[in-house]
Design a protein around this ligand. Sequence first.
Ligand code: S3P
Length: 450
Amino acid sequence: MSGHGTPIPMTSRTAGVLSGVAEVPGDKSISHRALILGAMAVGETTITGLLEGEDVLDTAKAMRAFGAEVTRDDDGTWHVHGVGVGGFAEPDQVIDCGNSGTGVRLIMGAMATCPISATFTGDASLNKRPMARVTDPLALFGARAVGRAGGRLPMTIVGAADPVPVNYTVPVPSAQVKSAVLLAGLNAPGQTVVIEKEATRDHTERMLAGFGATVTTEETNEGRVITLTGQPELTPQAIAVPRDPSSAAFPVCAALIVPGSDVLVPGIGLNPTRAGLFTTLREMGADLSYENEREEGGEPVADLRARFSPAMKGVTVPAHRAASMIDEYPILCAVAANAEGRTTMEGVRELRVKESDRIAAMADGLRACGVTVEDGDDWMEIVGMGPGNVPGGATCASHLDHRIAMSFLVLGMSTLAPVSVDDGAPIATSFPIFEPLMAALGAKIERIAM
Ligand code: S3P
């Protein structure tokens, strides 16, 4: 879906305690991968717990355009009849990935070693984001890309008719780039090797192994070396998508900063490549516990319990943790503003090329709410004001970024005056039930006319 239509301004104010059970939707990263790998298997993959947010629905639509049959039962079970590795058909329309960097980059990888062309576009946010980080390695397989200046969408990828395998060291910590190379490597003969210096989310590797591909990961002095044997026949799977830790972060952090709160967020994926926020919150002194730890569908899962934590202290979040919490810095900012002392976030340059420049978006909005923030090219520091002391009373720009919108709405649950966002519509990309879920816990978020 391109653009989000009419902006939906929203405001959030302090209410009573937040309490109850917050059943957040399925994991966005795993949902995209389930649809794409399902489309590359031979036969029928079933998916339960799929995130039905706009980003993932755009990927489902794209898989249909490449020839897979994708259907949904009334009970929310999805079926993907795959066309096999290398079996993608040439789409007869432009592929619109809406707001989703993950969707477009993974799909570009998956089609880049097929003898077809496809043209990709997105919304105003996605069309500003860099694609060369993906098209550079795809060129090594023999694919060609023609896009706008600076490697931006809209862009056409001409897939390699005779792909060669690739050995590629990912220059920035990015699971999207790693995954694009691995998905391209599926239809190249021989072994494709991806090296990442810092571990990023490993859902693609786990799911590839689940679908029957031969994929190994080795920790070496150079970093993690992932080796994939190309041209396997992928066996369809029954995938149960765990709930998204990046969405869980919002009710968890809200409970930590709203006096008297006690919230249970069940069934959250706690893959260590995703759990950095929860480590950081515990270091800050958050009353956050893991209950009922278990494994589901090859991913570690637990129920998270968060209670109001009035004694949280600022910490330094080290650069080496950035990849494991890259989507959670905006909501950490809301917590940091309510802690005592400074929270310093190091090595976060990648935040500048997300759905928005998240360092700038959070710094501007926090300052408007009365919080002191310092920032540089790849770092940011927030001077905590202590629990309940943030003035608020501002309207913050969400810049077509779901996580910026949700972070300021959560902040508004703790501030002296309400906090508004100019546009909450992008929330539907990843967390379409955010408003009713937070309302059921006791939050007061309203849509407003501006
Ligand atoms: C994702 C990887 C991350 C993350 C994004 C989801 C994925 O992006 O920010 O929300 O599913 O692979 P980068 O690869 O750009 O770090």
